[in-house]
Design a binder for this molecule. Structure first.
Ligand SMILES: Cc1ncc(C[n+]2csc(CCOP(=O)(O)OP(=O)(O)O)c2C)c(N)n1
Ligand code: SF4
Ligand SMILES: [Mg+2]
Length: 293
């Protein structure tokens, strides 16, 4: 009997997930931490580069796909979510990750966010939130705090900022987490949980822009961190508790803020398919035939 020959691919190291392209981010930018954390997560979860794709919009943070060894697509400003959803629907076997900035996700792209949350397609969206438009040189973003001076708000912003966590929990996202670019270990843990979650997972990474906000953003955030995993009272399945986190002003809670088990889009599609096959006169396959040109 012939011995079965199995192709053995060696396990990859975290550094193997770097593309080799040198990041053009400013020295000290929080996005370096995000890149390093992602390499560690990919290694930990043994994601194969050829089975993984990272999408992004436009911004400093959206350069991320170029620095990772996987499939990548630096798309157009604000459109990362529908593009990522399209890829997952076309090939459910792919590990799909979307990434971008606060401007990309919550200014031009915000219309896609509620629908992505409620649709619950199985992929992860990582927003590197620096409260500013970094790439275009420091304009006000939808997450800039009210008092923040920027190149377009010289005397402070007069608009109420968007709270991405409130938005995600309010729009029924099934996994909502926050982490900090200055804590690689925490980012790795949170990202690993998000990627393993079956359904849409949203992760806000507080990722300072050292050039247009200042390097003190690291210290200000660090001094306010509250780690939810160390809080025995905190229950991430409690939606009311998640909304209390949203209202915090004196501290910044990080970790898994909300987590709910619910059928994802593909599960629901399969349920629908079966129901249509049993109940309807026509099967889904028949309908496909009808619409075939
Ligand atoms: C349709 C369109 N509008 C505007 C721009 C200009 N633009 C490029 S990046 C950007 C904002 C980037 O901010 P953010 O998403 O927060 O990323 P960061 O650079 O802070 O990481 C804008 C307004 C563009 N590229 N395309
Ligand atoms: S401008 Fe800000 S966000 Fe962009 S690379 Fe520099 S520090 Fe990072
Ligand atoms: Mg930004």
């Amino acid at each position: 009997m012939e011995a079965m020959q199995q192709a053995v691919t060696p396990p990859l190291k975290a550094t193997d997930y770097k593309s080799g392209l040198k990041p053009v981010w400013c020295p000290g930018c929080g996005d370096f931490g995000v890149l390093n954390a992602m390499c560690q997560v990919f290694q930990q979860l043994e994601l194969r580069p050829e089975e993984t794709i990272i999408f992004s919009g436009i911004g400093c943070s959206s350069r991320l796909p170029g620095y990772l060894k996987s499939y990548g697509f630096n798309s157009v400003h604000g459109r990362v979510l529908p593009i990522a959803i399209g890829a997952k629907l076309a090939n459910p076997e792919l590990n799909v990750i979307a990434a971008g900035g606060d401007g990309d996700g919550f200014s031009i792209g915000i219309g896609h966010f509620p629908h992505t949350c409620r649709r619950n397609v199985d992929f992860t969206y990582i927003v590197m939130d620096n409260n500013i438009y970094g790439l275009t040189k420091g304009q006000l973003s939808p997450t800039s705090p009210a008092e923040m001076n920027t190149t377009t708000s010289n005397f402070g912003s007069i608009e109420t900022p968007i709270n991405p966590i409130a938005l995600a929990v309010g729009c029924e996202a099934t996994f909502v987490a926050r982490t900090f670019a200055g804590d690689i270990k925490h980012m790795v843990n949170v990202m690993a949980l998000g990627i393993q979650h079956k359904g849409f997972s949203f992760i806000q990474v507080l990722s300072p822009c050292v050039t247009f906000v200042g390097k003190e953003q690291f210290v200000i955030i660090k001094n306010k961190l509250h780690y939810l995993q160390d809080d025995p009272e905190y229950d991430p399945s409690d939606r009311a508790a998640a909304f209390r986190v949203v209202d915090e002003t004196d501290r910044i809670s990080v970790g898994v803020i909300y987590h709910k088990h619910k059928p994802d889009y593909h599960d629901n599609l399969e349920i629908l398919r079966q129901a249509a096959a049993v109940k309807g006169d026509r099967k889904i396959e028949d309908l496909v035939e009808i619409f075939r040109p």
